[in-house]
Design a protein around this ligand. Sequence first.
Ligand SMILES: Nc1ncnc2c1ncn2[C@@H]1O[C@H](COP(=O)(O)OP(=O)(O)OP(=O)(O)O)[C@@H](O)[C@H]1O
Ligand SMILES: [Mg+2]
Length: 262
Amino acid sequence: MVLLEVKDVHFSYDGKPVLKGVSLQVSGGEILGLIGPNGAGKSTLIKLIAGILAPQEGAIEILGRPLKSWRRQDLAKVVALVPQGAYIPPTFTVWESVLLGRTPYLHFPGIASKKDIEAVQRAMEWAEVGHLQDKFVGELSGGERQRVILARALAQEPKVLLLDEPTAHLDIHHQVSTLKLIQGLARAEGLAVLAVLHDLNLASSFSDRIALLVEGKVLAQGSPEEVIVADRLHRAYGSGILVMSRPDNSTRPIVLPDLRIS
Ligand SMILES: Nc1ncnc2c1ncn2[C@@H]1O[C@H](COP(=O)(O)OP(=O)(O)OP(=O)(O)O)[C@@H](O)[C@H]1O
Ligand SMILES: [Mg+2]
């Protein structure tokens, strides 16, 4: 079932067009990887879907309903966002930070129910930050902080998860474990995931489908093997990229810098 649909969306900042007719769909249980060069409009698209910005043209539907018709608090229960370079106050503990994800559910500000506490616990375990729960955010490494931000989003128990570079700052173990976690959640909970991934190998390895955004337009959309193709990547990023097959049996391509091109 399609949980997120973007239909021919146009968006400009102060008259400067950034998205020029973007359409995409994400179904429950699937990860759509969003790739594209710096400034292509990826974060802008994520902000439009999260309702932080509004498109000048086109429409966005969440669970089949126009985004505009959702009440803010109801939207916060179904759409969770991990923004690029998200901030969490350094004086909060990890547990308190993850509890912030429950804000849309709290009946009285500051009073967490048993259900809220269980959701926080589950989210911390998923994101592998349970052992850090009493630490202050200011005392965490960049990667640990990133996983706390993910836990906060998961505590929301969303249906649509928007991730803007969720693996930035993570070491390779945590890059892989984070994306495997997200893949597992998509499958088990029927989450629709839209993830901006700069690392083309991670995008290729973990996306069910990939959309390649270039200068505000979707240049290609399809399976990793359909999108991670040398001439498409050259058009998007310039030359200097080598696309190869993996040494294992997977059909998901891998990408390397081409050292023959200076
Ligand atoms: N608040 C803003 N006001 C004006 N222009 C903006 C604003 N935010 C982004 N832009 C411009 O819109 C374009 C797209 O920005 P966006 O952040 O969506 O790109 P991106 O694909 O996420 O890039 P990156 O890979 O570097 O994160 C850029 O040219 C950027 O300078
Ligand atoms: Mg961005």
